[in-house]
Design a protein around this ligand. Structure first.
Ligand SMILES: CC(C)(COP(=O)(O)OP(=O)(O)OC[C@H]1O[C@@H](n2cnc3c(N)ncnc32)[C@H](O)[C@@H]1OP(=O)(O)O)[C@@H](O)C(=O)NCCC(=O)NCCS
Length: 188
């Protein structure tokens, strides 16, 4: 299976943000090095709660294997060949949660508040629909108040609060908010 199997939307395509052309396209293996460089330029607080450690080449290789199997997809946003953010979808693997996918969004700080998060979230929701998923989950630490508000704007609602559910790089645990969005027009 190749990256992009089952996705109806065709990539790349461009949007204009702040007068700059931003290209949206699917991440492929040859992007891993640039993706790691993008991640390493982010402040530590942006890297605190990642499901995949995008600064680690070994974890990225495993992630690309999930992409090859059609179980994960990342839509990259780039300006002049430099990554400025991404949205990703990880399909749930256990049989009884095969209707679920998890969204992750991460935007370079300079590019936040300009609508890129919403654009990438819409791409991920469309891809989830193409893949026949029924529900999208977003997880974040309860102290990420801004991110919770952003997902409320994206029509996600709070579904569960999990105590001490994640641990940061310093070994401190945090409560997690699980937010969900129902995908419409589905066929699984
Ligand atoms: C969360 C994040 C992806 C949002 O990206 P963004 O490009 O700034 O988001 P947008 O500009 O598209 O805004 C999306 C919506 O949230 C609103 N919003 C943006 N920032 C907000 C904030 N700090 N507080 C409240 N609402 C906010 C916007 O008004 C917009 O709603 P609207 O379209 O109805 O007006 C970005 O802040 C980020 O990368 N944060 C760090 C990683 C993270 O926490 N990810 C979430 C867990 S997966």
């Amino acid at each position: 299976m190749s990256i992009g199997t089952g996705i109806k939307h065709s990539y790349p395509w461009n949007i204009t943000l702040d007068g700059r052309q931003v290209t949206l396209r699917l991440m492929k293996r040859s992007d891993v090095e640039n993706a790691i460089n993008f991640a390493r330029e982010l402040p530590p607080e942006d890297l605190m709660f990642l499901t995949v450690d995008i600064t680690d080449p070994v974890e990225m290789e495993e992630y690309m294997r999930d992409c090859d199997r059609g179980m994960a997809v990342t839509v990259l946003a780039e300006v002049d060949g430099k990554f400025i953010g991404y949205g990703s979808l990880a399909c749930s693997q256990p049989h009884w949660t095969r209707h679920l996918g998890e969204i992750r969004l991460l935007i370079n700080r300079q590019w936040r508040g300009k609508g890129l998060g919403r654009t990438l979230a819409n791409e991920i929701m469309q891809i989830a629909e193409d893949k026949g998923l029924r529900k999208i989950i977003a997880r974040m630490a309860v102290d990420q108040k801004g991110a919770i508000q952003v997902f409320e704007h994206l029509e996600f609602h709070a579904e569960a609060l999990l105590n001490d559910f994640v641990i940061d790089r310093n070994g401190r645990t945090h409560d997690v908010m699980v937010m969900t969005h129902d995908v419409t027009g589905l066929t699984v």
